[in-house]
Design a protein around this ligand. Structure first.
Ligand code: NAD
Ligand code: G3P
Length: 321
């Protein structure tokens, strides 16, 4: 939608032929964006070669679970000079790789052509052209500025940042904290508890990010604090909503079935649980969420265990860079 507003000739790929027909005939996408009319400049296709061949910029917005498969499908139609941007918030299951690593492995482009787009940006608000700010990060300033040029509009403000690791880690881990925020609200706790969870969650994101090589300042930016606020406090967030349904006692699979859209925080909790061990980083909220999601722990007991941890210095587990 944003690219079409910037007069790009947008080709949108979907594997779902009915969805393609609906977008082309009616300019709507009722299942995912009810009540919205999409710009005329978007043409949908279920042929990935048609979508990608000759494109100046390819924007991947696959789920983290399908990124490698989708990138592999597109690879032979992408040329080395194509600018690759992704908007996916998660790690690859099993390998725990970041999305730019997956794309670098699958696509015939220099890693300097890869950009991650992140920040507080519910799709439902972006398509309504409500003011939104995001960040694009790349190893190459030229690539980040190219993405900034392509995407910036009067209602969609795009900042650049060289910290790819920080932006990707922040975008992924905030979904765990958003699940926790939904649980907190669902349990009927107050604003103090929510503020505590978001703030201590940010500590957790920062610790893991720094251990993986990120700049700690990135976490006070749009991909960090910005996205934590939007996902941890908004009912538009699928992660928040999933957390609040878990607090009602619904089993995880029922929650995911009811959502019918990706809840990245679930897979990311598993990935971060493993990353915390690999990097030797203390992640108590992630640990408790892992036990709730995968080991049947009661959410209320998880909250008690977080509150009952050994007393600490506020910055204790943040290692000097
Ligand atoms: N929705 C948002 O507001 C938003 C904002 C920023 C970033 N993101 C990120 O974008 C990514 C995608 O999120 P979403 O909101 O579009 O999820 P979604 O669940 O709404 O849509 C995902 C789509 O991908 C399709 N899909 C799944 N596996 C596929 C495969 N193997 N091949 C082809 N298509 C496949 C599904 O059928 C579905 O249409 C996530 O990582 C999410 O965190 C979402
Ligand atoms: O709906 P969520 O929880 O997947 O969040 C969507 C975006 O990441 C918000 O920036």
């Amino acid at each position: 939608s944003v690219l079409a507003d910037n007069e790009y000739d947008v080709r949108l790929w979907s594997r779902n032929a009915d969805q393609v027909a609906e977008i082309n005939r009616l300019h709507t996408n009722n299942r995912f964006l009810p009540g919205i009319t999409l710009p005329e400049g978007i043409r949908a296709t279920d042929d990935i070669a048609d979508a990608v061949t000759g494109a100046e910029l390819v924007l991947f917005a696959a789920t983290s679970a399908s990124m490698r498969e989708v990138a592999a499908k597109a690879a032979s139609y992408i040329s080395p000079e194509t600018l690759i941007v992704h908007a996916t918030k998660g790690f690859e299951t099993g390998t725990l790789k970041r999305m730019t690593t997956v794309l670098a492995e699958e696509l015939p482009v220099d890693p300097k052509r890869l950009v991650v787009l992140s920040g507080p940006s519910h799709a439902e608000e972006v398509v309504k052209r409500q003011p939104t700010t995001v960040v694009v990060a790349s190893e190459s300033l030229e690539a980040a500025e190219h993405a900034q040029d392509a995407l910036i509009t009067s209602f969609f403000r795009v900042y650049t940042n060289p910290d790819v690791v920080g932006v990707e880690v922040a975008g992924a881990i905030k979904n765990i904290i958003a699940l926790g925020a939904g649980l907190t609200d669902g349990l009927g706790f107050g604003d103090n508890a929510k503020a505590a969870l978001l703030t201590r969650g940010l500590s957790e994101i920062t610790r893991l990010g720094m251990a993986m090589g990120a700049n700690p300042l990135t976490f006070s930016g749009l991909a960090g604090v910005g996205d934590l606020i939007v996902t941890g406090t908004s009912k538009l967030s699928r992660n928040w909503r999933a957390g609040s349904m878990l607090a009602e006692g619904l089993p995880l699979q029922d929650v995911l079935d009811r959502m019918g859209m990706v809840v990245e925080g679930v897979r990311t909790t598993k990935a971060a649980h493993e990353l915390s061990r690999t990097y030797g980083v203390v992640m108590p909220i992630t640990e408790q969420l892992y036990q709730v999601l995968f080991e049947g722990k009661q959410p209320r007991k998880a909250a008690e265990d977080l509150m009952g941890r050994l007393r600490k210095h506020e910055m204790e587990d943040i290692a000097a860079p």
